[in-house]
Design a protein. Structure first.
Length: 149
């Protein structure tokens, strides 16, 4: 079941890639391990960056969400040093089997453009985002230049 669904998702993403997003298997022998690449959104401090995300599907997919982590360092209130991502779609209690991988990647891309400091993984970054946007933007731009270009 999981393999068929993953193959369908791969076909969909190949035929209709969402703007600014690419994703696919790391190697042809293992369809359960993918890498996605997000282009930093134009209206964000991440503009110009290429952000890699490691994607691992379980044998229970699509009944359980894929494991997703940023492989690229990102300065963001909803992404920690480990690359973990805080986005509702990936939470086990919010996940729905009908959710497509492309929707999750689009949600993460949107999160880059519109951080959610109220559901932060990194409190100090959320605080800076809320209290000193200019300093947050500068730090995020510096991280992007250093790690994503």
């Amino acid at each position: 079941m999981a393999l068929k669904r993953i193959q369908r998702e791969l076909t969909d993403l190949s035929k209709n890639p969402p703007p600014g997003i690419t994703a696919g298997p790391v190697n042809e022998d293992d369809l359960f391990k993918w890498q996605g690449v997000l282009q930093g959104p134009e209206n964000s401090p991440y503009k110009g960056g290429q952000f890699k995300i490691d994607i691992t599907f379980s044998a229970d997919y699509p009944f359980k969400p894929p494991m997703m982590k940023f492989a690229t360092k990102v300065y963001h209130p909803n992404i920690d040093d480990d690359g973990s991502i805080c986005v509702d779609l990936l939470k086990t209690d919010s996940w729905k089997p009908a959710t497509r991988l492309s929707q999750v990647l689009q949600a993460i891309l949107l999160l880059l453009e519109h951080p959610n400091p109220d559901d932060a993984l990194v409190g100090s970054i959320a605080e800076l985002y809320n209290t000193n946007r200019a300093k947050f933007d500068k730090t995020a731009k510096d991280y992007t230049k250093k790690h994503a270009m």
